[in-house]
Design a protein around this ligand. Structure first.
Ligand code: FAD
Length: 473
């Protein structure tokens, strides 16, 4: 492995663009091939995932590449969830009881454009748009492309190939089709899909509902969420079953039925979405799935980001995890550089997966858990009481108590797996204590009262973690 190696990256979405930038900063010669046109010149959003929640793990990776400040300039902080019931009443639930812990709404396109601009400042990076990878000869690290403008086919040989080409990865498909090694692969779809709609800005260009929150309309089997944009609008996402329940994507086919659904379930949102019928009919319905596979690498080929581990979006961590992939890979490269071991890309990739896979498996499972939490539990009284105690504990014991959400979202120095194990045990402990009437809350808890709760939670959490260890969980 040396700096003269030709690095080829397939896909210049969020992960591919950050990877290209980091490898260029490390001095490698990087060629990137992207199937779509340059999003800085052509609008390619086509009604899909317009904004995203960026949080500390993603910011950590952006910081590594000197991009944190530029990204923060286009972020809108969201301090908590604002739940909307059917009567139009709202209640809020902060993401953290600590000061300065929040997530950020950011435009996918603008963030991607920032990273592309920065990557292209390096003369050792070339980005080729409209070049769709058809397959990869993984033994000869040769990728085969079609130029989508000219229809011409061509191939490129490289020293090393990274597949950052998203959930439908061509490199991953080549792992399967080439049958050169034992490749385990699973793709699990939810019965729910998603569709994006828009709450436009008011006539003065301002947000019509609080821009400091991620809005949720939880309805048990389905939900609506909304994240703010810089131009005063909100991107609204409906998560709904394709074919189950009274209303589903398959039967919402007439204007009457769409209006009836929104009037019945989301009346306060409906009045804010003037183009509901047009948008509902024209915007695509996207599937939601989890991809797990192993190994991620074969010889000098490696899958990164959604190509290796696509997850459902309910923890707001898919992009963050994909950015963190770049951070972890960078750490592995540093490790080999420091130890002066004779390293090959193959060795680096194996070490990377060994460190990383347990964490991406964990966030995939956590994201499914959060699907149920967001669409249903957030409105449950027991859940609300638990969150109230957690906020108080975080406020009064900021260095001692971290809720599961905080461990996953704001504790970027620990892996997702550790966050999951500790967070799940803590949740169980707290819910047991509430259900057994062992902890009580009231509006103004004193620090002494909270300290007793903290001790009980910590003790039970430890016991649960020990039991899990014995059970091999
Ligand atoms: P992608 O963003 O999919 O990029 C892959 C790139 O490869 C694309 O540019 C594509 O055009 C290109 N490509 C694909 N195939 C080929 C080919 N054959 N040849 C060449 N190029 C190719 N994550 C969060 O962290 N926070 C959120 O709030 C959040 N919300 C989400 C909401 C929704 C509805 C969805 C669906 C996802 C959400 N995510 C969120 C997840 C996030 O979008 C992904 O995890 C992230 O985009 C992964 O980045 P990636 O670069 O690996 O893949």
């Amino acid at each position: 492995m040396n700096k003269k190696d030709n690095v080829l990256i397939i896909g210049v979405g969020l992960c591919g663009s950050l990877l290209a930038l980091r490898l260029a900063q490390r001095g490698f010669k990087v060629e990137v091939y992207e199937s779509r046109p340059d999003l800085r010149k052509v609008d390619i959003s086509a009604g899909r995932s317009i904004n995203l929640a960026l949080s500390d793990r993603g910011l950590k990776a952006l910081r590594l590449c000197g991009m944190e400040e530029k990204a923060r300039e286009i972020c809108i902080p969201m301090y908590g969830r604002l739940m909307h019931d059917k009567q139009g009443n709202t209640f809020s639930s902060n993401y953290s009881g600590r000061e300065g812990e929040y997530i950020n709404s950011i435009s996918r396109g603008d963030l991607n454009a920032l990273l592309l601009n920065e990557a292209e400042k390096h003369e050792n990076v070339t980005i080729h748009f409209n070049k769709k990878c058809k397959k990869v000869d993984i033994e000869n690290t040769t990728a085969y492309f079609k130029d989508t403008e000219t229809n011409e086919d061509f191939s490129e040989k490289a020293t090393v190939i990274f597949g950052a080409d998203g959930a439908g990865s061509a490199l991953r498909k080549s792992y399967i089709s080439e049958r050169k090694f034992l490749f385990s692969y699973s793709q699990n779809y939810l019965n729910h899909g998603y569709k994006e709609l828009e709450i436009p800005a008011d006539k003065n260009g301002n947000h019509q509902i609080s821009k400091g929150h991620l809005h949720i309309w939880p309805r048990g089997d389905f939900m609506l969420i909304a994240l703010p944009n810089m131009d005063g609008s909100f991107t609204v996402t409906l998560f709904l079953s394709y074919d189950e329940g009274e209303f589903n994507f398959n039967n919402l086919t007439s204007e009457e039925k769409i209006t009836e659904f929104f009037q019945k379930e989301f009346p306060d949102a409906l009045v804010l979405i003037p183009n509901i019928l047009e948008e509902f009919t024209n915007n695509p319905t996207g599937p939601l799935g989890t991809v797990k596979c192993s190994p991620w690498s074969y010889q000098n080929n490696l899958l990164l980001g959604d190509a290796a581990h696509a997850i459902v979006p309910f923890y707001g961590q898919g992009m963050n995890a994909s950015f963190e992939d770049v951070f972890v890979l960078d750490e592995i490269l540093n490790h080999f550089e420091r130890s002066r071991e004779i390293e090959s890309w193959e060795t680096v990739f194996k070490a990377y997966q060994k460190t990383r896979k347990k964490d991406t498996d964990a966030i995939a499972d956590l994201a499914i858990d959060n699907f149920f939490e967001m669409r249903d539990h957030v409105a449950n009284p027991l859940f609300k009481e638990k969150r109230k105690i957690e906020m108080d504990l975080e406020k009064h014991f900021p260095n001692q108590y971290f809720s599961k959400y905080s461990l996953v979202t704001f504790n970027e120095h620990i892996g997702y797996q550790e966050a999951m194990n500790k967070g799940r045990a803590q949740d169980k402990a707290l819910l047991n204590l509430i259900a057994d009437d062992e902890v009580h809350t009231h509006l103004n808890m004193t620090k002494d009262e909270l300290e007793i709760i903290l001790e009980k939670v910590n003790k039970q959490t430890e016991e649960i973690l020990q039991e899990d260890k014995i059970a091999g969980l």
